[in-house]
Every structure is written in structure tokens, then in C-alpha cells.
Design a protein around this ligand. Structure first.
Ligand code: HEM
Length: 394
């Protein structure tokens, strides 16, 4: 799972590095074109090579000709190439009837790169990640089987989660599953559902999916805040986590390392849900309100300033992005992080249901068998018993 995760994260970096400004190379001789691009530049671009286009990008808005309102006509004394270069690099003084930078950006060139990444590696590696995770879980089930309650059941139960906690959890779980399914339909439906159902039926499914996805997102964000507030104190790292991790949580061996209310594995799930869920929510909001919440140029600026981009080998990231490029990054990041979180959540669903005897009750009725609690969360049981005033039983 880790490998696939690394591959998909790597692919983000590869994608972003494609748009990063590379270290300055030896300047090609463009004297024959008076400094404009040459046939070699065009051919290199067509081969998909990254070109330092600074010679064009930085050469806008410096026409010597008369201004647009001067006597020489609409273009003034500016040449066509001057105008087109300014449009191409978004420095032209464009006025549109509806306001906003997106409306006045007439040319942006991230679209094809975004489309081919979205249709290609994103679908392929994202799909492999989910299928690979399911395969690994099936293999784990075949090898390890269901993790049983080892000791004698006591017949007594302990309250593990209150009704409000279970409500928060199921709101999160229900919304996440709906968002996952409808998100996958939006991303992969053209490829997999159109051949099965045809265009018309898919149009209906896609429209419904988009509606559900957009609206259910609010439930997810609300639930994310709920579980954060309710459970953050139980998920702060503690010394017992190291021991738990060193023993692999007792997943592959017999015996149960001590744990508080949440063991280290659960804490990793919790923080993944919080961090990735927040990242998905922010980029989702940015997609829900197009062009209103650009966040990538500012992030790239911080990554450059803090040296993160060079640490990752991305060079200097571009910090002036067209509004459409902001949307393209938001969409890709939203989908990539969602794939990673879906894979993690699949493992969580497995262990919270068929993977472990007695676990589901915690979120079902809220009451768990005391023996289960002693085996998996011994320190928590002691705390609960101490609070009840009863001496902790062996
Ligand atoms: C639909 C199937 C799901 C089942 C059967 C399930 C089951 C459970 C159970 C039994 C627990 C309590 C574990 C314990 O008592 O220690 C739990 C906790 C939790 N669940 Fe789920 N869950 C599901 C889906 C989800 C989803 C989709 C998310 C997030 C998007 C999620 C996030 C969490 C978190 C953050 C916790 C607390 C940390 C942890 O126990 O790992 N769950 N879940």
C-alpha cells in the first residue's frame, strides 16, 4: 500500500515539477528572430520538453508603440505579436463585462496538461491504489483471519462511545462513502460507465452524482469538525504509542500491547482523516466556488520560501498562476488526497467490521464486551474503572 501511495504522491510531484521553473539553462541563440521564439523552441515544446519561456513571459507590456487610446487606431502602435504575447501571459489590459480575473484571462495553457494527467495517471494509479488496497486486505484476511477475542467473554459491557459520538462518526462515514462513490463516478464514469450504460443514462447518473457530491460535502465538513472536537484529546501522541507500534499492534502476533482509548494505529487513522479530510475540504470549497478561493500560488510561494520545494527536488515553483491553473491544481490535489484517504479508510472499515470480533459494537450500540476492551485498550479500561471507583480487575 505504501508503495502505491508513494507512487501517487510522486506523480503529483512529477506533475508539479513539470510546471516548475527549471534552473536557468544556457540561453539559445535567438538573434535570428530578434529574440522571439525559434523553430527549435516550438519543436521542443511539441516534444513536451520544459522550456524556460522567460524570454517571452517577461517580454510583455513594453511596446514602444502608441497606447490603445492614442490616435493610431485600436492597437495603437503595438504589434500583433506584442498583443498576443501579452494575452498569452495574462498581462494584457483586458476588460470584460463580467468582472473578475478569470473572465479577463483569455489564454492559459495548463488545460491540456491537466486534462491528460486527470484522464491518465490519476485514474490509473488511483484505481490501482484502491484495488491494491482491497487485494491486500483480502490477503490479510486469508492469512490472519478474523482477530478474535482471545480470552473468556465476561458478558459485561463498557460504554465506549456516546450517542453524539456515534452520530458524528456515522455522519462522517456516510457522507465520506457517498462522496467517494460520487467522486469516482465524476472522475472515472466517462471511461467505465458510458460503455456500460450509454451516454444518456450516464448523463443522468453524472448529474445526480454531482448534485449529491456538492451537497453532501457540507455534512462531511460538519462531521469532521465534530469528531475533531470530540476526539482530539484522546489522539494526542503518548509514550505507549511507541511500544504499540514496535509490537505492530499485535496484529500479526499473539498478545495485545497496552493502549489507551485509541491505540497508535487508530491515532494514525484519526490524524489522516483530519489532515487529509481538511485538505480535501479546502480544495473542495475552492472547486465549489470557482475562482473565489485560489490557494496554490500562495502555497507554492510558502513552499519556495521555506525551502520545501527544493527539498522535494521541485526547484522553484511558479507563483503566478492563471485562475484556471488554480482550479486545475485544486481538482488534482482534491482527487489525489481523496484516493489516499479512501485507501486508508478501506483498511479502517475492514478492521472495524469483519476484521476484528467485537469492534463494530463500539460504533453500533456504543457498548463493548469488557474482555474485548481489556485486550485492545487495557489502559483505557483501567481509567474507566478508576473513574467508576472500582479497583481494576486483572
Ligand atoms: C462504513 C464503515 C465503517 C465502519 C464499520 C466503521 C467502524 C468504526 C469503529 C467500530 C470505530 C471504533 C473503534 C474503536 O472502538 O476503537 C470507528 C472509529 C473511527 N472511525 Fe470508523 N467506520 C466506518 C467508516 C468510517 C469512515 C468512512 C471514516 C472517515 C472518513 C471513519 C473514521 C473513523 C475515525 C476517525 C474513528 C476513530 C479512530 C479509529 O478508531 O480509528 N470511519 N469506526
Amino acid at each position: 500500500m505504501l508503495r502505491v501511495l508513494l507512487v501517487s504522491l510522486l506523480s503529483v510531484f512529477l506533475f508539479t515539477s513539470a510546471t516548475a521553473q527549471d534552473a536557468p539553462e544556457a540561453v539559445p541563440d535567438r538573434s535570428a528572430t530578434g529574440g522571439a521564439q525559434t523553430l527549435e523552441d516550438i519543436l521542443a515544446r511539441q516534444r513536451g520538453e520544459t522550456l524556460d519561456d522567460g524570454f517571452r513571459r517577461d517580454d510583455t507590456g513594453n511596446a514602444d508603440g502608441a497606447g490603445i487610446s492614442d490616435q493610431l487606431g485600436t492597437l495603437g502602435g503595438a504589434s500583433d505579436s506584442e498583443l498576443w504575447r501579452a494575452l498569452r501571459y495574462d498581462t494584457a489590459d483586458v476588460t470584460a463585462s463580467n468582472s473578475g480575473h478569470a473572465a479577463t484571462t483569455l489564454v492559459q495553457d495548463g488545460g491540456m496538461r491537466w486534462l491528460s494527467f486527470r484522464e491518465g495517471p490519476l485514474v490509473t494509479y488511483g484505481g490501482y491504489l484502491l484495488l491494491g488496497t482491497l487485494g491486500l486486505l483480502a490477503l490479510f484476511f486469508l492469512i490472519r483471519g478474523r482477530i478474535r477475542i482471545d480470552g473468556e467473554k465476561t458478558g459485561r459491557t463498557i460504554e465506549r462511545f456516546k450517542a453524539i459520538e456515534r452520530f458524528g462518526h456515522w455522519l462522517l462515514a456516510g457522507s465520506f462513502i457517498l462522496l467517494g462513490i460520487t467522486g469516482l463516478i465524476s472522475l472515472m464514469g466517462r471511461k467505465f460507465l458510458i460503455p456500460m450504460f450509454g451516454h444518456e443514462s450516464f448523463a443522468f447518473i453524472a448529474t445526480g452524482s454531482k448534485w449529491v457530491h456538492n451537497n453532501v460535502s457540507w455534512a462531511f465538513m460538519l462531521a469532521l469538525i465534530m469528531i475533531f472536537v470530540m476526539w482530539v484529546v484522546h489522539n494526542l501522541p503518548s509514550r505507549t504509542d511507541i511500544n504499540w507500534l514496535l509490537k505492530g499492534g499485535g496484529l500479526l502476533t499473539k498478545g495485545h500491547p497496552p493502549a489507551k482509548k485509541f491505540n497508535a494505529g487508530q491515532k494514525l487513522i484519526f490524524w489522516s482523516v483530519i489532515v487529509f479530510g481538511t485538505s480535501i475540504s479546502l480544495t473542495g470549497l475552492s472547486l465549489l466556488f470557482p475562482f473565489e478561493m485560489p490557494m496554490f500560488a500562495a502555497t507554492f510561494e510558502k513552499m519556495n520560501a521555506w525551502g520545501i520545494s527544493s527539498l522535494l527536488g521541485l526547484g522553484e515553483l511558479r507563483t503566478t498562476l492563471a485562475p484556471h491553473e488554480e482550479m486545475q491544481y485544486a481538482q488534482l490535489w482534491h482527487a489525489i488526497v481523496s484516493f489516499v484517504l479512501m485507501a486508508i479508510v478501506l483498511a479502517h472499515i475492514y478492521i472495524g467490521s469483519i476484521g476484528m470480533e467485537g469492534a463494530y459494537d463500539a460504533m453500533g450500540s456504543g457498548q463493548v464486551e469488557e474482555q474485548w476492551a481489556r485486550e485492545h485498550h487495557s489502559l483505557w479500561v483501567e481509567e474507566v474503572k478508576a473513574k467508576e471507583g472500582a479497583a481494576p480487575a486483572e
